[in-house]
Design a protein around this ligand. Structure first.
Ligand code: GLA
Length: 386
């Protein structure tokens, strides 16, 4: 990356490098914007941004992977609008930093990423958080504020009404652990993963066009469910407030589709808490079962799965050594996450690739999910992947 930087910008004077990881969510899907619970892992797949000051008053950002450059006068930054292009992520972040009172210095940036794009492993949050750190370039911003600022960039500038999970875990991720986030209090607990299991993500290699619009629709359906529940239980401010007992009394207040959406969220919050408890007890069977229940709920009630994801889950469940499997992330393509015995990983990888190829004529990528540390500066440049 250092050589690339020198080639592109002639000099590496003052170069600093920042890293922000992608994530795989173990359980708690579509619960974050309902202020509920999620349990993601930060991955060792990450976005790295090198930044060095320049003397020509520009803000430049080059994507190695896309071989594209965004370049603006610093004075232009506050006035830019959404372009519908990848540069919206860094520009959105720069504008949020300006709103928060941080000046943006003229600089040349270079992005290298190992997070596969559009895979549901949160390449956008990795890009947002690494951009924010590169723009801050050593100035302090409290970690929670960093995560919230990046979420605002995505909601307000990019126009995606996402929850806080992806940015949060990219900032707060922990090596060897998952983190259980309460998306209302914005506090988290470190969840030590039991011995004897590992997680593998498998990429469908598809992202159906529906993903963005369906996400918005689900956000609205959840808001509609809350309004209906409030007629009977005015104290309910979000689906997070509806416990399993209250749900039994509330569900008949809703028409079919809204009821199924809300049922997914209410039961998923419950599953996250049971999963975290099962993790603590080392109850591997129950952890696996909860993953599968989560998938079925996303498939039938929330309706954000697709043929490719269902196929990967069903195929995984028939492979020896697998405890459970589910789609992960927003849905309509992207990845599944599968919990299995470490010794069975090679066979699992070979079997799942073969079956998927036979069915869809596409080779799915398989990624080991190595829980890694959250975002920060990379001081040892030898750690930057080539
Ligand atoms: C996307 C969003 C997250 C979350 C998930 C679904 O990744 O960015 O905020 O809502 O979908 O759980």
């Amino acid at each position: 990356m250092i050589e690339e930087f020198r080639k592109r910008y002639d000099s590496v004077d003052g170069l600093r490098v920042y890293r922000a990881p992608g994530r795989v969510n173990l359980i708690g899907e579509h619960t974050d914007y309902n202020l509920g619970f999620v349990c993601p892992v930060a991955l060792d797949l990450a976005t790295y941004i090198g930044t060095a000051p320049n003397a020509d008053g520009k803000f430049r950002i080059y994507s190695e992977h896309l071989r594209e450059m965004g370049e603006w006068d610093i004075a232009e930054l506050p006035h830019l609008g959404r372009s519908g292009h990848w540069v919206d992520y860094p520009v959105g972040v720069a504008q949020q930093l300006l709103h928060a009172g941080f000046g943006i210095e003229p600089a040349n940036l270079l992005i290298r990423s190992t997070v596969p794009e559009g895979s549901g492993l949160s390449s956008s949050a990795a890009l947002e958080v690494s951009t924010a750190l590169a723009c801050l370039n050593g100035r302090t911003l409290a970690p929670l504020e960093l995560a919230r600022l990046c979420q605002r960039a995505e909601r307000e500038f990019v126009g995606m009404p996402c929850g806080i999970m992806d940015q949060y875990v990219s900032v707060f991720g922990r090596e060897h652990s998952a983190i259980a986030i309460d998306c209302r209090s914005l506090e988290h607990r470190i969840v030590h993963l039991p011995d004897g299991i590992t997680f593998v993500a498998v990429n469908t290699m598809v992202k159906h066009a529906l993903a963005g619009s369906a996400y918005r629709e689900r956000v609205q359906e959840c808001a509609a469910a809350v309004e209906l529940i409030q007629q009977r239980f005015p104290e309910v401010a979000s689906l997070r407030d509806v416990g399993m007992a209250q749900w039994a009394e509330a569900e008949h207040l809703m028409p079919d589709v809204v009821r199924r959406r809300a049922r997914h969220v209410v039961t998923e919050d419950d599953r996250v808490n049971r999963f975290v408890d099962a993790c603590g007890r080392g109850d591997l069977e129950l952890m696996g079962r909860l993953l599968v229940e989560s998938h079925r709920s996303l498939q039938h009630d929330y309706e954000v799965s697709c043929e490719e994801l269902d196929f990967l889950v069903d195929t995984a469940l028939a492979i020896p050594g697998v405890f459970g499997s589910r789609m992960t992330g927003g849905g309509f393509g992207g990845c599944t996450v599968t919990m299995l015995k470490p010794s069975d990983v090679p066979r699992f990888g070979a079997d799942i690739v073969k079956s998927y190829e036979a069915r869809f004529r596409v080779t799915p990528q398989v990624y080991a999910c190595n829980p890694s540390e959250g975002a920060g500066e990379v001081r040892d440049w030898r750690l930057i992947p080539s």
